[in-house]
Ligand binder design. Structure first.
Ligand SMILES: Nc1nc2c(c(=O)[nH]1)N[C@H]1C(S)=C(S)[C@@H](COP(=O)(O)OP(=O)(O)OC[C@H]3O[C@@H](n4cnc5c(=O)[nH]c(N)nc54)[C@H](O)[C@@H]3O)O[C@H]1N2
Ligand SMILES: Nc1nc2c(c(=O)[nH]1)N[C@H]1C(S)=C(S)[C@@H](COP(=O)(O)OP(=O)(O)OC[C@H]3O[C@@H](n4cnc5c(=O)[nH]c(N)nc54)[C@H](O)[C@@H]3O)O[C@H]1N2
Ligand SMILES: [Mo]
Length: 643
C-alpha cells in the first residue's frame, strides 16, 4: 500500500502498482481507511470506568495511572487465584507479528496466564488441511490465470478476496469456467458460469459424492493407494448426496465430470465452508480432490485455502512460551462459557486487544453476561469505543498500522511484508507491543527480552532454519518492502495427501435442516457471512456499515407465508435470543436459508444486539472452531415497521 503524507498527515491511500498480487488497487473497505484513521471518535487517551459495568462512562487518566492500576490489579489477582485467572483475548485486528503475537505473548507467558486457543476464524479448516497434507500451502493467486476450471467453494471472492478476481477474469478471458458453491447467491455466484447452492454445512457430503463419481467413472488419476477412500466414497452415490445437500444428482455427476476432465482445475476454498460442525472434515475431503484428478501437477491447478504455512517465522522467539510455567488453554470461541462457568481458577481478568468479542463472538448473550460481571477486571486496547470497550474497566488507546512498525503475514499470497509508520500516533496512542513492554516493567519482569526493540524482534522472527525464509533479512525487507517466500511453485506436485487417515463419514450438523437437533420452532438456516464493505466489526462506527449489516436476506418462498415483504422490519429469533433486522426479499439465498451480513456493533442497534445473539458456541468436528453458519432461526414480521 502506498500512503501519501502531506504536512505529517496521510492524505491518500492506494495499492502499490508494483505489488504482484494487489497490483495497485485496494479493496472497498481499506481504500477508505483514512476516514477511520482521522475519525473524531478515535480513542486518544487512557480511560478508567466511572459508571457501572457496561454503561460506557469513563474518565481520562494518565498512562502512568492506567499502567499502575493494571499491574497492581493483575498482581493481586495472580497472587489470590493463581495467574491462570488472567485471560488474554486477541485475534486479527492486525495481522502484524509485532502488534499481534510478540511482546503480548511474552508478557502473558511470563505471567503464567491462561493461554488462548485462537479458533474464532480458521482452525477447523486448518485442521482439515493438516490432516490431508500436513502443511498449509496452496496454489498461488497469480497462478489462477492458467486454470481452465475454477471452483469457488464457500468463497465470496468479490467481497473478501477481491485481489484474486483479476486473475480469474484473465483465466475466463482465456476460456476458463467459474463454478461457485455457496448457499448464498453472492455477487460472485451471480457472475459465475454456474452456481450450486448446497444446504449450509453439507459440503462433506458433496465432496464424497464427487469422489463417488470420480471413482465409479474411472476419472481418477492418482498415484496413491485409494482403496480405503474408494470404499468410503462408494456409500455416497449422487442420489443420496442430492438428499443430503439439496443439489440435484445430475448436477453432482456433471460437476465431477467437468472438474476431472478440464485441465488445469483449481479450487479456491475459503473459510465460509468450515464455520460448521462438519467443516474441518469437509475441508479435508475437498483438499484431497485435486490429488485424485492429478490437478496439483499443473501450473494453475490445485487448491487454495490458505498460504499461511509458508510464513514459517520463528514464532517461539517472538512469543517465548518458555518464559513461564505451562498453563491451561481456553478456547476463544467459547468465551461466554469461560467467563460464566466457575473454572479452576475462575477467570477474574480479561485483557482484550486486536478483537471485539462483544460483537464477534458466538452466543453473544452469554458473553455479555460474563462481561457484565462486577468482579471481572477487563482491560481493552482499542482504536474506538467498541462494544467490548464499553465493558472495560480500563481502555487504552492503540495505534493503527499507519502509525507503528510491523511485519505482516498473509493467508492468500506468499509475500512477507514490512511497514514502517507513515504518520505519528495521534494523542497518546501507543502500539500494543509498547504497552506490553511498559506493563512488563511495571510487573517487575526483568528478562532482557522485555527490553527488545521492534527491530530486535523482527530479526529474531526471521532467524529460522526454514528454507522458506532463507535470504530474507530486515535489510532486504527495508529495501524491497515485500518479498516472496521461497515456496515451490507447485507445492504439492510430488506429495500425496493422507488418503485414508481419519473418518470421513457425513452426518448432518446437529443444528441444520436435516440435523437431529432441529426444532420445528426454528426452521430456517441462518448464514451470517462477511459484509462486502466492511471488515468484521472494524468499521462498526460507520453509519453506512451499520445500515448494511442490519439486514436479513430471505427467499420469497420463506417470506410470503410469514407475511414479510421487502423492506419490512423483522425479528429473527431462536432459543438463544432475538435480533431486529430489515428484510430483503429476493433470490439472494436458497429457500430455507436466510442471510445476515456480519457484523454490526450491538450497541448501535436499537435493540442493543447483533446476529451473534443467535449463533451457538458449539464447536467444529476438528480444530475447535465455531459453528457460526449452523444456526437455526425463525423470522416474524415486526408489529411496527422501522423507518
Ligand atoms: N469485505 C470483507 N472482507 C473480508 C472480511 C470481511 O469481514 N469483509 N473478513 C476477513 C476474514 S476475517 C475472513 S476469515 C475472510 C473470510 O472469507 P470467506 O470465507 O470468503 O467469507 P465468509 O463470508 O466467511 O464465507 C464465504 C462464503 O461461504 C458461504 N457459506 C456459508 N456456509 C457455507 C457452507 O456450509 N457451504 C458452502 N459451500 N458455503 C458456505 C457464505 O455464504 C459466503 O458467501 O474474509 C476476510 N475478508
Ligand atoms: N456471526 C458471525 N460472527 C463472526 C464471523 C462470521 O462470519 N459470522 N466471523 C468470525 C471471523 S472469521 C473472525 S476472524 C472474527 C473477527 O473478529 P475480530 O478479530 O475481533 O475482528 P474485528 O471485529 O474486526 O475487531 C478487531 C478489532 O481490533 C482493533 N484493532 C485493529 N488493529 C489494532 C491494533 O493494532 N491494536 C489494537 N489494540 N487494536 C487493533 C480494531 O479497532 C477492531 O475493533 O469474527 C468472527 N465472528
Ligand atoms: Mo476470519
Amino acid at each position: 500500500m502506498l500512503v501519501t503524507v502531506e504536512d505529517g498527515r496521510a492524505t491518500r491511500l492506494r495499492g502499490n502498482p508494483d505489488h504482484p498480487v494487489t497490483q495497485g488497487f485496494l479493496c472497498a473497505k481499506v481504500s477508505r481507511y483514512l476516514e477511520r484513521e482521522y475519525h473524531q471518535d478515535r480513542l486518544m487517551h487512557p480511560l478508567r470506568r466511572i459508571g457501572s459495568k457496561g454503561e460506557g462512562r469513563f474518565e481520562r487518566i494518565s498512562w502512568d495511572d492506567a499502567l499502575d492500576e493494571i499491574a497492581s490489579r493483575l498482581k493481586a489477582l495472580a497472587a489470590g487465584y493463581g495467574p491462570e485467572c488472567i485471560m488474554p483475548y486477541s485475534y486479527a485486528g492486525t495481522m502484524g507479528y509485532l502488534q499481534g503475537e510478540s511482546m503480548d505473548r511474552r508478557f502473558f507467558h511470563r505471567l503464567g496466564a491462561s493461554r488462548l486457543d485462537r479458533t474464532i476464524c480458521a482452525t477447523a479448516g486448518a485442521a482439515g488441511l493438516m490432516e490431508a497434507y500436513g502443511a498449509r500451502l496452496g496454489t498461488a493467486p497469480q497462478d489462477f490465470v492458467h486454470a481452465r476450471y475454477i471452483i469457488a467453494w464457500g468463497a465470496n471472492i468479490l467481497a473478501t478476496n477481491v485481489h484474486l478476481w483479476p486473475f480469474i477474469v484473465e483465466a475466463r478471458r482465456c476460456g476458463a469456467k467459474l463454478v461457485v458453491i455457496d448457499p448464498v447467491a453472492t455477487k460472485v455466484a451471480r457472475l459465475a458460469d454456474w452456481h450450486l447452492a448446497p444446504y449450509p454445512g453439507s459440503d462433506l457430503a458433496l465432496a464424497l459424492g464427487l469422489m463417488h463419481v470420480i471413482f465409479s467413472e474411472r476419472l481418477d488419476r492418482c498415484d496413491g493407494d485409494t482403496a480405503s477412500l474408494r470404499a468410503r466414497a462408494c456409500k455416497y452415490p449422487p442420489e443420496r448426496v442430492a438428499e443430503l445437500t439439496g443439489i440435484a444428482a445430475e448436477d453432482i455427476t456433471r460437476l465431477a465430470r467437468e472438474y476431472a476432465a478440464t485441465r488445469p482445475a483449481v479450487i479456491r476454498a475459503n473459510y465460509g465452508l468450515q464455520r460448521s460442525e462438519r467443516g474441518g472434515r469437509a475441508m479435508r475431503a475437498i483438499a484431497i480432490l485435486p490429488a485424485l484428478i492429478g490437478a496439483w501437477k499443473e501450473k494453475g491447478g490445485g487448491f487454495q485455502l490458505t498460504t499461511s504455512g509458508a510464513f514459517d517465522l520463528n514464532k517461539n522467539a517472538l512469543a517465548r512460551p518458555d518464559l513461564g510455567p505451562p498453563a491451561r488453554t481456553l478456547n476463544m470461541s467459547t468465551l461466554g462459557r469461560a467467563l460464566t462457568e466457575t473454572g479452576n481458577p475462575p477467570v477474574k481478568a480479561l485483557v482484550v486487544y486486536n478483537s471485539n468479542p462483544a460483537a464477534i463472538a458466538p452466543n453473544h448473550n452469554l458473553v455479555r453476561h460474563g462481561l457484565a460481571r462486577e468482579d471481572l477486571f477487563t482491560v481493552v486496547l482499542e482504536h474506538f469505543q467498541t462494544d467490548t470497550a464499553d465493558w472495560a474497566d480500563i481502555v487504552l488507546p492503540a495505534t493503527t498500522f499507519l502509525e507503528h512498525t510491523d511485519l505482516y503475514f498473509a493467508y492468500g499470497h506468499y509475500y512477507l511484508q514490512l511497514a514502517r509508520p507513515a504518520v505519528a500516533p495521534p494523542g497518546e496512542c501507543k502500539p500494543n507491543a509498547e504497552v506490553f513492554r511498559l506493563l512488563a516493567a511495571r510487573m517487575g519482569f526483568d528478562e532482557p527480552c522485555f527490553r527488545d526493540t521492534d527491530d530486535d524482534m523482527i530479526r529474531q522472527a526471521l532467524d529460522t532454519p526454514s528454507p522458506y525464509l532463507e535470504g530474507i533479512t530486515l535489510e532486504r525487507l527495508e529495501r524491497e518492502h515485500f518479498i516472496r517466500l521461497n515456496v515451490p511453485e507447485l507445492p504439492f506436485a510430488n506429495k500425496l495427501p493422507d488418503l485414508d487417515g481419519g473418518p470421513l463419514d457425513y452426518t448432518p450438523p446437529l443444528e441444520s435442516r436435516l440435523g437431529s437437533e432441529r426444532k420445528a420452532a426454528y426452521p430456517l438456516e441462518l448464514v451470517s457471512s462477511k459484509n462486502h464493505d466492511s471488515l468484521n466489526s472494524t468499521f462498526g462506527f460507520r453509519a453506512e456499515t451499520d445500515a448494511q449489516t442490519a439486514i436479513l436476506e430471505m427467499h420469497p418462498e420463506d417470506a410470503a407465508p410469514r407475511g414479510i415483504e421487502d423492506g419490512c422490519a423483522v425479528e429473527v429469533f431462536n432459543a438463544r435470543g432475538t435480533v431486529r433486522l430489515s428484510a430483503r426479499v429476493g433470490a439472494h439465498v436458497r429457500a430455507g436459508v436466510v442471510r445476515a451480513p456480519m457484523v454490526r456493533w450491538a450497541r448501535k442497534a436499537a435493540d442493543g444486539s447483533n446476529v451473534n445473539v443467535l449463533t451457538a458456541d458449539r464447536l467444529t468436528d476438528i480444530g475447535g472452531g465455531p459453528c457460526f453458519y449452523n444456526c437455526m432461526v425463525e423470522v416474524r414480521r415486526c408489529a411496527v415497521s422501522q423507518p
